[in-house]
Write a protein that binds this ligand. Structure first.
Ligand SMILES: Nc1nc2c(ncn2[C@@H]2O[C@H](COP(=O)(O)OP(=O)(O)OP(=O)(O)O)[C@@H](O)[C@H]2O)c(=O)[nH]1
Ligand SMILES: [Mg+2]
Length: 289
């Protein structure tokens, strides 16, 4: 347990019995360094990433509606929602509009990575475990796929959905950033906009060129629901790919590695020494090792 933070088992019991306030408090403690000790069996996790405004939250809203009809309980960890209105709050409003029963089956938590300069990787897995222990059967991690640290966070999920808009340039960017390598499923959203068909075709051609037939692709509209049912089946049936599992584990490891480095107590001193040239990079690395 880090930073001397504790949580009593009573609080955990209350969270497990459905007390959302206790659950929220425990997640806050985890963000501050608390490490819950618990055994959890296979949390079900989905990472959703993609460029800003591609429609990730809107699509997640659609998936949530389907899941709760099937009796699932859905938790969303929204990392760096670009604005409170378009991120977690937008989703929360949508769910509230669907009535009290839906609200009870959904839990949404926004996380600001700026509050965690050492990265989120040290606690995201613990949050997922607590959510799983509290009965949340579908756990979604949403990040904006615009930076390496965001991509790495999504690698903590066991299946990854990349959401693209109708802009073909975004797909090329995703390819360059290595996000396509991580994704099990790629969605081109906004099929109600005509250019999305072109983006979808160009995505499929580039996957064919790379001989990657294991990624499933979908053209959907989160706005009118077209294609969402097929997408949901694809997510539910998503096979485990050993190749992608290796890439994901690599990203997770790199992420933890970075976090450890950034949280190293003597880091500032080492950086000062490096800036004045009093130690070499190799010496710095050896000291941290
Ligand atoms: N035309 C059209 N607009 C959509 C569709 N899905 C989402 N939008 C719109 O696209 C905008 C962004 O949607 P969000 O769901 O907030 O997108 P996001 O990817 O979660 O955005 P960030 O979290 O800010 O990166 C909103 O104005 C949505 O109404 C769609 O299928 N078709
Ligand atoms: Mg969003």
């Amino acid at each position: 347990m880090a930073l001397g933070l504790t949580t009593n088992s009573h609080q955990l019991d209350l969270a497990i019995s459905g007390d959302r306030r206790c659950l929220a408090k425990i997640l806050t403690k985890i963000e501050s360094g608390f490490v819950p000790i618990m055994e959890v069996q296979n949390p079900w996790t989905l990472g959703v990433t993609g460029p800003p405004g591609a429609g990730k939250s809107t699509l997640i809203g659609n998936l949530i509606s389907e899941w709760i009809k099937r009796g699932e309980k859905v938790a969303v960890l929204a990392v760096d929602p670009s604005s409170p209105k378009s991120g977690g709050a937008l989703l929360a409003d949508r769910i509230r509009m669907q009535g009290e029963e839906s609200s009870n089956s959904v839990f949404i938590r926004s996380i600001a990575s700026r509050n965690h300069p050492g990265g989120l990787s040290l606690f995201i897995g613990h949050m997922v475990n607590v959510l799983c222990a509290c009965g949340w059967t579908r756990i979604i991690i949403e990040t904006v796929g615009s930076g390496q640290s965001q991509t790495r966070i999504v690698a903590f999920a066991d299946r990854i959905l990349l959401v693209e808009g109708p802009d073909r340039g975004d797909i090329i960017q995703a390819e360059k950033a290595g996000i396509l390598e991580l994704a099990d499923i790629v969605v081109v959203n906004k099929s109600d906009i005509s250019s999305s068909k072109l983006a979808f075709n160009s995505l499929n051609s580039s996957l064919t060129l790379n001989h990657d037939s294991s990624i499933s692709t979908h053209l959907v509209s989160a706005l009118n629901g077209n294609g969402v049912e097929n997408l949901l089946s694809s997510i539910e049936e998503c096979p485990k790919s050993s190749q992608r599992e290796i890439i994901r584990q690599r990203e997770r490891l790199l992420s933890i590695w970075d976090s450890r480095l950034l949280n190293y107590p003597g880091l500032n001193h080492i950086l000062e020494q490096l800036s004045t040239g009093s130690i070499t990079l190799e010496e710095a690395a050896d000291e941290i090792d």
